[in-house]
Ligand binder design. Structure first.
Ligand code: FES
Length: 118
């Protein structure tokens, strides 16, 4: 599915949530938004510089960026938008723009597509 990452940074696919996560020192990923502990909303968590983790807002557990990168959906940022490979093509998809990681030093309101990609 394709979308404009300037307008959409949060996807709900069936019961699953995904959000655009810019780790700062690596590629932007479409991270699973459910905390591995008990499903808390990771997009509402916070990321502090140098911690390489997102802190879940429910029980403040640390979810390593490495884990979020490994479990992210395939995503390609292009000049004209983004393309993600969804796990369930039959599920209803809700696309939204939310404030992501509001407690981060660099909150992710939206992500500009790559200027140099084909
Ligand atoms: S649900 Fe995330 S820390 Fe418990």
């Amino acid at each position: 599915m394709s979308f404009d990452p300037r307008q959409v940074n949060f996807l709900q696919v069936g019961a699953e949530r995904y959000f655009l996560l810019d780790p700062g020192d690596g590629p932007t990923v479409l991270a699973n938004g459910s905390c591995p502990h008990r499903g808390g909303p990771l997009h509402l968590g916070r990321m502090e510089d140098g911690t390489q983790a997102v802190y879940c807002p429910w029980h403040v557990r640390k979810v390593p960026l490495r884990h979020l990168q490994k479990t992210a959906l395939p995503l390609v940022l292009r000049r004209d938008g983004a393309v993600a490979i969804l796990p369930d093509t039959q599920a209803a998809v809700l696309m939204q723009k939310k404030t992501i990681l509001a407690g981060a030093s660099r909150p992710c309101e939206a992500v500009a597509p790559l200027a140099h990609a084909e």
